[in-house]
Unconditional design. Structure first.
Length: 140
């Protein structure tokens, strides 16, 4: 059975080509990949540069995905009959929105020329956190 190897290397957008080569060397991937094929082109655009008009990059659609969205809403309700009033009922209801107070982060910054490229700097839609409400409803 083959052994798996993982390489973790801190990098920045300006040093990606060199860091990519270093991580491939650490993980012994260069010995596995075909040596006649260059995996990182020498003419790779640097941070902040753009391709000429009409030339598209090789990044597929939806290559950058953000963190998952997780919300848990809970509702508890109870109906009570009102004595002496046939057909009339009283409903007590309690609701919690985002009951476990899970933080939902926004998408990372995708502007390659920004200093915080790839970083997550906000929460989704100004996520307010846990919200609770109670209600009483008269049904007739």
């Amino acid at each position: 059975m083959a052994r798996s190897t993982v390489a973790i290397l801190k990098t920045s957008p300006a040093t990606v080509p060199g860091d990519y080569h270093a991580s491939m060397t650490l993980a012994v991937f260069l010995a596995v990949l075909a040596q006649e094929r260059d995996t990182v082109p020498a003419t790779a655009p640097v941070r902040g540069s753009s391709l000429p008009r009409g030339i598209y990059g090789n990044v597929p659609k939806s290559a950058i995905s953000g963190p998952a969205l997780a919300k848990s809403d809970i509702a508890v309700s109870r109906l009570f009959g009102i004595p002496g009033r046939s057909g009339m009922r009283l409903q007590f209801r309690g609701e919690l929105f985002n009951a476990f107070n899970q933080v939902n982060f926004a998408l990372p910054v995708t502007n390659a020329s920004a200093t915080n490229f790839g970083q997550i700097t906000a929460t989704r839609d100004g996520d307010p956190g846990r919200i609770g409400q109670i209600a009483i409803k008269l049904l007739w």
